[in-house]
Design a protein around this ligand. Structure first.
Ligand SMILES: C[S@@+](CC[C@H](N)C(=O)[O-])C[C@H]1O[C@@H](n2cnc3c(N)ncnc32)[C@H](O)[C@@H]1O
Length: 307
């Protein structure tokens, strides 16, 4: 298993997040992973700055503790960014100058067969980003109603054979391993899509459901923006069109001064904009795309709070 994770859009992230070079402000890396972004951010902060490293994955938190051991500016919290308020409170922080959210899974999570994220190696059907969470992918696929499985496959991955795959999963229960899920997908799919593994979409959808990734993102965006000081910045990197759609609408709701649809929660007093757009949508350049395939689907958006 490799411990490496190559951070995407590294220079772009740091320049969007750290407004003043050498700042002694307080920053949050809400998706620490293996700290690729954090280490670079710290290079651009002053000696009195603070960086709160958050991750829901215990292995990532262990890595953050290692970094904190060599850099006293780093504080560590095991938690979900959906509960950013709670993490800030437990660290004694009220408001911050910047928050980074680099969404999705890390390479070490994907590369460890024991975590069950990958269809290409056999392992327990787990997929929990937070190993202390109750529900695994296996417990969900083995207990969920067929209609719910079908809906998740359709909504999160636009799986055209969602109904057939859901029926095959139910027929072949109980599933215990990633190979069991791959076999169920193959049994339900009349034919694969050239160039894509048969189970790509199903694994993505089940992972997003088990970790409530879109729910977390909605709560995380709100909490991150509300924790910013005026002039503070929020940077979000997404890897999936559903995520990016949420981020885009959220940023638009903050930066637009026009009347907004009723269901968008954040809006300035009297319809005035609460944020300025700093950058985005920003994508990786040719060189990065060639060197790091993960970067091909990455989209960065950043806003600065004005009120
Ligand atoms: C793409 S990786 C981040 C990589 C990191 N920027 C780096 O350079 O090493 C995403 C990380 O976010 C974590 N994560 C995903 N959703 C989370 C959430 N809701 N709360 C906290 N951490 C989350 C995952 O466990 C994973 O470690």
């Amino acid at each position: 298993m490799t411990e490496k994770h190559r951070p995407v859009l590294l220079a772009e992230t740091v320049s969007a997040l750290v407004k003043v070079e050498g700042s002694n402000g307080t920053f949050v890396d809400a998706t620490f992973g293996r700290g690729g972004h954090s280490v670079e951010i710290l290079q651009h902060l002053g000696p009195e700055a603070k960086l709160l490293a958050i991750d829901q994955d215990l292995a990532a938190v262990e890595a953050a503790h290692r970094l904190a051991g060599s850099d006293p500016r780093v504080l560590v919290c095991h938690g979900r960014f959906g509960n950013l308020r709670g993490s800030l409170q437990s660290a004694g922080i009220e408001a911050v100058d910047g928050v980074l959210m680099d969404l999705g899974v890390s390479s070490p999570q994907l590369d460890d067969p024991g975590r069950g994220f990958s269809f290409s190696s056999d392992g327990p059907l787990d997929m929990r980003m937070d190993q202390s969470a109750q529900q695994t992918a296996a417990s969900w696929v083995n207990e969920a109603a067929e209609a719910d499985i079908s809906r998740v496959l359709r909504e999160y991955a636009e799986e055209r054979y969602a109904r057939r795959i859901a029926a095959a999963i139910v027929r072949q229960r109980p599933l215990h391993t990633t190979s069991d899920l791959v076999a169920a997908v193959r049994a339900g799919q009349p034919r694969g899509t050239p160039g894509k593994h048969d189970a790509t979409r199903t694994f993505q959808a089940v992972r997003m459901h088990v970790n409530d990734e879109l729910g977390e993102l909605r709560r995380g965006l709100d909490a991150a923006f509300e924790s910013l000081l005026p002039g503070g910045r929020m940077v979000v990197i997404s890897f999936h069109s559903l995520e990016d759609r949420l981020v885009k609408r959220f940023c638009k709701s903050l930066t637009s001064s026009q009347a907004l649809p009723r269901r968008i929660p954040v809006r300035g007093q009297g319809g005035s904009a609460r944020a300025l757009s700093v950058s985005g949508p920003l994508r990786a350049g040719e060189q990065e795309r060639a060197a790091n395939p993960r970067s091909r689907s990455a989209v960065l958006r950043a806003v600065e709070r004005v009120a």
